[in-house]
Design a protein around this ligand. Structure first.
Ligand code: CA
Length: 391
């Protein structure tokens, strides 16, 4: 399907993509928009002109009210927007509400409710195991039985482009721990999943209800201070080494735009327990690219993950924990089998002291996937510059 919007076809942001974001023009309140080519479609006034009730949730300053409407509304709004941007007869109605990206500010698209980060790449988990525990089995005994994860800090999830201040904290020292700016500031290239439809406390969400609850996908950088992390993480897991900032893309790609991107994951042995849907391990063929100061340092393939996004959701609710609209859960660092497919500087530099970020370094993570029209779609990028510590 093609669009009447100039430059849309083949841009990665055509009518086969249509990611949602929150934008504002100078002096105006933020509201929901859809990206097409290098423009934002201001949806609320178009919906109001067509007397659609949905215009109220499109006037919100986050995607949460729209996402809370559930899967049927998600699908019907998308079908409506596809029609607006592909049907030439809608041009007179829509064109006045297309705003160039250069004239808008983009905001954090989701009011993040709870945030969970997983550890679902076998290559990443094995690499980290080998770096930190060279004389032991790289994977711990539970790793292939459950998707390992932890609850992160929702309040420090920031939009792409937000500067990241180098965190201070405690590091292991000899003979005593020391305090100061992290000397091993790292990235983790991940994919994030945003929950739209909530679930009831006490009732697990089955793996096959993934598309009923997940609204869409964001790019995500889990900034990590390895020195702080290494000293604090035993026995309860990541804490201050992770919670200072997590960056997400401005654009949320709705699940429907990824219909052509589903692939079988590499396989699971031993077979996981029934609640994890053994045999139903479908992942996404998303190519990731990590650039530091403009130089591509890695190309991790998301299709090589061990645990699927549906399994992550089933596991995080299997104890009856409820989902809220705006919940965000992330894949964990995406690392492929090859050295140039590793999604963290820790792995790329194999633990060397000089492998990490300096003040002023800029990290950009980009994502692309097969689109439903036969080409490629470009998911939202995640950028951030490191600012000096505030001691
Ligand atoms: Ca992570």
């Amino acid at each position: 399907m093609s669009s009447w919007v100039p430059g849309a076809d083949g841009s990665g942001f055509g009518v086969d993509h249509l990611p949602y974001g929150v934008f504002s023009r100078p002096g105006e309140e933020p509201r929901v928009g859809v990206r097409i080519a290098d423009q934002v479609l201001d949806l609320a006034p178009v919906a109001a002109a067509e007397m659609l009730d949905v215009h109220r949730v499109l006037e919100a300053r986050s995607l949460n009210p729209l996402m809370a409407e559930g899967r049927r509304v998600r699908e019907s709004v998308r079908a409506w927007v596809v029609g607006l941007l592909s049907d030439e007869s809608e041009r007179d109605l829509v064109e006045p509400h297309l705003v160039p990206l250069t004239e808008v500010a983009l905001h954090l698209p989701v009011e993040v409710a709870d945030y969970v980060d997983f550890y679902a790449s076998e290559h990443h988990a094995s690499n980290v195991g080998r770096i930190f525990r060279p004389d032991a089995e790289p994977l711990l005994p539970n790793w292939k039985h459950l998707p390992v994860g932890y609850h992160g800090r929702a309040g420090t999830v920031v939009g792409s482009g937000t500067p990241v201040v180098r965190p201070c904290g405690q590091r292991r020292g000899d003979p005593a721990p020391t305090y100061g700016p992290s000397t091993r500031l790292d990235i983790e290239a991940e994919l994030g999943f945003v929950v739209g439809t909530p679930s009831e406390l006490g009732t697990p969400v089955p793996y096959d209800a993934f598309a009923d609850h997940v609204f869409g996908v964001v790019g995500l950088n889990d900034w990590s201070a390895r020195d702080i992390q290494a000293w604090e993480y035993v026995p309860l897991g990541p804490f201050l080494g992770k919670s200072f900032a997590t960056s997400v893309s401005h654009w949320v790609t709705p699940l429907e735009a990824l219909d052509a991107a589903w692939v079988d994951l590499p396989g699971q042995d031993p077979e996981p327990l029934p609640y994890l849907g053994p045999g139903a391990t479908r992942g996404l063929d998303v190519d990731v690219e990590v650039a530091v100061n403009g130089e591509v340092v890695s190309r991790p393939p998301y299709r090589t993950m061990y645990w699927s996004p549906a399994q992550l959701l089933a596991h995080l609710t299997v104890n009856g924990a409820s989902l809220r609209t705006g919940d965000l859960y992330a894949s964990g660092t995406i690392s492929g089998p090859e050295p140039d497919q590793r999604g963290s500087l820790l792995e790329l530099g194999w633990g060397a002291d000089d492998a990490f970020l300096d003040d002023g370094d800029e990290v950009v993570i980009r994502y692309a996937a097969p689109g439903t029209a036969g080409g490629r779609i470009t998911l939202g990028e995640v950028a951030g510059v490191v600012e000096p510590a505030r001691t």
